[in-house]
Structures are given as structure tokens and as C-alpha cells.
Write a protein that binds this ligand. Structure first.
Ligand code: NAD
Length: 488
């Protein structure tokens, strides 16, 4: 684990300059050991208005460049991410609490997202057809204008890269509102984009909490909003932004079910399920939350406990985001225990020596959870897995289907036929077969179903092209001699 070091005070980044106007502020605390590492401004309407004005002014020249010109910034930026990989990784670790390896994988994913963004000229080729002699129709993708991206605490570097590079290369100007718990990576992102040659005002960062999110949803000159966070807030943002006539895609929380069949490869399954529930301290929207054990899977559960015991908080398991999160997660475990579930591995009351003020929860495996328990239904967002026993695959599928969420689901089996049945019937947007964290890699798009996503389309990949652009349809005729048909 990294040494926690003090970081520069967080500032807004507006029109290419850092600013802080004496607004109210909030401490930024490293969950690794409880140290106050920085403070951030809680911005309001004035700062947002300044950012929107800067973005509007920059939009004229930025959207006037060709797509091929705009992506040049991202070739340079992608390389800067690689050159600064170690420093960016450390920053994620310090502000979010994940391990160095997990943080590095996060920044690597940001690099992959930039690689998709620079491939846009190959994908966005527009359409043209001679619809009658001498008459052409063409469709061009045009940017929307000023757009906003709101991100959560769990991937301070990656989630902004889901949206910002694509929105920018497609010609929009962006205002990013990072999570107030992890604002440092976004500040570095702004610096590196400027170093890569992004013109001032094209990308702006406004820090704060609820107030600034509401101001974004209400601002009449912000055209579109992307949101990633909890379902509770995703609903608020989706409703508020849409009622103000904005385009909105809002990704919410998750409760991912992993269906384990008796013929599953025992070691591979145990490794995958445990890695999925404990990686990033279970604070991934793709994390395993419920294992539905079908019929005779005790031998796999035993192996999971063996694997779980190898996960040591403060060594190969990072912290959760805050003391409040630790308390919330532990309360879920205690309530499940009181309701009759069996705790096979207990991560409560974890203290890492030398980091007594850190927020750690050890890996927790809970057996004999029933579908009616709170822990089976709500998002815990910690390194905790609930095991629900099912007599057969149909019952397992109906348990999965009953969840309000629908981000990911997975099946572990050696039977192609049974896997196919789960692929077809699971009510989730992203499905894994013998894979515990089925995140689609670029160019495949990311997005869940049900209460894990509101709005049309996915947030990355080709779906994002639709979201961040609008079509301009032009019909042209130049030659008066050309015969025309009944329409032109
Ligand atoms: P959160 O919903 O608390 O916060 C997300 C953003 O909303 C932050 O920028 C925050 O400042 C803002 N916010 C918080 N409360 C608000 C309110 N009442 N009104 C307006 N804005 C508000 O989420 P979080 O705790 O930062 O992140 C964890 C959650 O995000 C989990 O539920 C996780 O599953 C989800 N998540 C989902 C995905 C996905 O792809 N579906 C990806 C990452 C995280």
C-alpha cells in the first residue's frame, strides 16, 4: 500500500485556469488511514455559470475543427496518461483507497477508452446517397454544445474517461463534476488535457456536491448530462435533467448475481467469485453481490472461503471509501446474521496495524441468505457476498430476475446449453460466462438494465456517439439540368 501524502488544495478548472473563490469548502480524506489530504470548494451557480460561459465561447472554434483534428489532442493525451501512469495510479490509491494494482488497472482502462475516442474518425463517417438524379442527401453527426458529466467516487480516473474523451472528440465542450470524495484525479486530468493541447474552455471542472449537480440539471444552456452513481441519485438526476428538456443517461447502482452450477470448474469459479466480490473492496458496480448456488455446490463454497482467507486488508485488499461506508456495510452483515444467515468469513471490526483510522472491511462470505433479507436486495457496496441456495437453475434465474437492478449477471458452468439459458433469461445488461466481472472491453459498450440505468443507449462505445451528437440532414442539388422526381 502507498504512503499517504498531502495533496494540493483542489480548485475548479475553468477556461484553462485553476480558480477558487472563497466558497465553502470540504475536507478530502484518504480512506487508507483517515488523513486529511486536501480540501475542495463547494461550488454553486456562480461557478457553474462561469464554466458554461467559457465552454460556450470555446465551442465555436472547437466544434469548427474536423473530427480528425480534434482527435490529435487525444493521441497526445493518451500518451501522457501512459507517461504519468505511476503518478496517476498513486493518486487514485490515495484518494479512493484501492490497491496499487487495482488503481493501475483503472488508469489502463482510461487509456483504452482514449484509444476508442481516437478511433472515432474511422467510425463516424457520415452517410451520403444520391436519392434522385443530381440530388444528394447526407447525414452528418454534429455536437450538442455544452454538456456535463457527473461521476461517482469508486473510479475517480476511469469513470470520467467513459464520457469525457468521446464527448470532446465529437465536438462538445464539457463540464465535469467529479465526486467530492475523490476530486484529485479530475484535477490532474484537466492539467494533462491542457498539456496535450486542448484549447481553454473546452474542458472545465467544477467541484462540489448536491448543489452543483442540481444547478447542472437546471442550467438552461447545458444540452446533455451523463451521470454515474447510486440509483437513488440517478433517478433524481434523470428526472430533473429530463424535465428541464435535456438529454440524459444516468447509470445507477447494482446487485449482481453470479449463478454457480454444480458442474462449474471449482477452482476457477472460487477464484473468480471471490475476486469479483472483493476486488476494489467490493466497490465496483460490476462486483458480485449474490452468489446463487444451484444444488450441490458446497465444495465450491469451501474453496471460496479458502480463497477469501488469502485476502488481507491493507495488503491485497484496499479500504472502503469512508468510516460511514464501513459502518453501513457492517450493519448489513450484522442484520443478516441476526436474521439467521451464517457468516462463513467475517470482515467486521477489521483494523490494519499502523492505519487505525483507515476504513477497512475484510472479505465477508455469508451463507444461507434468503431472498427476502435486506442484504439480498439492497446494494451493500463492500467486499461482501451473500450466498442464496437454489434447488435448480429455474429457481436461480427467478432469484436473479427478481432484483430491481440489472447491471451484470454471470453463470459458472461447463455446459454451453445451461450457460445459454442464463444468457437468454438473466435480466441484466452485461452477462459473464465463467467471468466474475463481465465488463465489456472497448469497442463494446457499457450499460446495465432496469434500475441500473435510465435513458436510452449505453454510456460508452458506439452508443455514446448517438448520445453526444445530433444528426444534420442536408439535401443538395447543384445542376439545373438534372431531371428531378416528384420530391425534388
Ligand atoms: P452517489 O450517487 O452518492 O454520487 C454520485 C454523484 O452524485 C457524486 O458526484 C455526488 O456528488 C452526486 N450526488 C450525491 N448525492 C446527490 C443528491 N442527493 N443530489 C444530487 N447529486 C448528488 O454515488 P457514489 O456513492 O459516489 O458512487 C457509488 C454508486 O455508484 C454505487 O451505487 C455504484 O453502484 C454506482 N456506480 C454505478 C456504475 C454503473 O456503471 N452503473 C458505475 C460506477 C458506480
Amino acid at each position: 500500500m502507498n504512503a499517504v501524502t498531502k495533496q494540493p488544495e483542489v480548485k475548479n478548472f475553468i477556461n484553462g485556469k485553476y480558480s477558487r473563490n472563497g466558497q465553502k469548502s470540504m475536507d478530502v480524506i484518504s480512506p487508507l488511514d483517515g488523513t486529511v489530504i486536501s480540501s475542495l470548494p463547494l461550488s454553486g451557480m456562480d461557478e457553474l455559470e462561469e464554466a458554461v460561459k467559457a465552454a460556450e465561447q470555446a465551442f465555436v472554434a472547437w466544434s469548427g475543427q474536423t473530427l480528425k483534428e480534434r482527435v490529435q489532442v487525444f493521441f497526445r493525451y493518451r500518451n501522457l496518461l501512459e507517461e504519468n501512469l505511476d503518478e496517476l495510479t498513486q493518486l487514485v490509491t490515495i484518494e479512493n483507497g484501492k490497491t496499487y494494482g487495482e488503481a493501475k488497472a483503472e488508469v489502463m482502462k482510461s487509456i483504452e477508452l482514449c484509444e476508442f475516442a481516437v478511433s472515432m474518425p474511422q467510425i463516424v463517417t457520415n452517410e451520403i446517397q444520391e436519392v434522385s438524379r443530381g440530388v444528394e442527401c447526407r447525414i452528418e453527426r454534429k455536437p450538442l454544445g455544452v454538456v456535463a458529466c457527473i461521476s461517482p467516487f469508486n473510479f475517480p480516473n476511469m469513470v470520467p474517461h467513459w464520457t469525457v474523451p468521446n464527448a470532446l472528440v465529437l465536438g462538445n465542450c464539457v463540464i465535469l463534476k467529479p465526486s467530492e470524495m475523490v476530486p484529485l484525479s479530475a484535477m490532474r486530468m484537466a492539467e494533462l488535457l491542457k498539456q496535450a493541447g486542448l484549447p481553454d474552455g473546452v474542458f472545465n471542472v467544477v467541484n462540489g456536491g448536491k448543489e452543483i449537480v442540481e444547478a447542472i440539471c437546471d442550467h438552461p444552456r447545458i444540452e446533455a448530462v451523463s451521470f454515474v452513481g447510486s440509483t437513488h441519485v440517478a433517478k433524481i438526476v434523470y428526472k430533473r435533467a429530463s424535465s428541464n428538456l435535456k438529454r440524459c443517461v444516468a447509470l445507477g447502482g447494482a446487485k449482481n448475481h453470479l449463478l454457480v452450477l454444480p458442474d462449474a470448474h471449482p477452482q476457477m469459479t472460487a477464484d473468480n467469485v471471490v475476486a469479483s466480490m472483493s476486488g476494489c473492496a467490493g466497490q465496483r458496480c460490476m462486483a458480485a453481490a449474490v452468489m446463487v448456488g444451484v444444488d450441490a455446490v458446497q465444495h465450491i463454497i469451501d474453496k471460496m472461503v479458502e480463497e477469501g482467507k488469502k485476502i488481507i486488508p491493507g495488503e491485497n485488499l484496499g479500504s472502503v471509501i469512508s468510516q460511514a461506508a464501513k459502518e453501513r456495510i457492517e450493519a448489513y452483515i450484522t442484520e443478516a446474521e441476526q436474521q439467521g444467515a451464517t457468516i462463513l468469513l467475517d470482515g467486521r471490526n477489521t483494523i490494519v496495524p499502523g492505519k487505525e483510522n483507515g476504513s477497512y472491511v475484510g472479505p465477508t462470505i455469508i451463507d444461507h441468505v434468503t431472498p427476502d433479507m435486506k442484504i439480498a436486495k439492497e446494494e451493500v457496496f463492500g467486499p461482501v457476498i451473500s450466498i442464496i441456495r437454489a434447488k435448480d437453475l429455474d429457481e436461480a434465474i427467478s432469484i436473479e430476475n427478481a432484483s430491481n437492478y440489472g447491471n451484470a449477471a454471470a453463470v459458472f458452468t461447463q455446459s454451453g446449453g445451461l450457460a445459454k439459458k442464463v444468457i437468454e433469461r438473466a435480466s441484466a445488461g452485461m452477462i459473464g460466462v465463467n467471468i466474475g466481472v463481465p465488463v465489456p472491453r472497448e469497442p463494446f459498450s457499457f450499460g446495465g438494465w432496469n434500475e441500473s440505468k435510465f435513458g436510452v443507449g449505453d454510456i460508452t462505445g458506439k452508443s455514446s456517439i448517438e448520445f453526444w451528437t445530433q444528426n444534420k440532414k442536408t439535401t443538395t442539388k447543384w445542376n439545373p439540368e438534372d431531371k428531378t422526381n416528384w420530391m425534388s
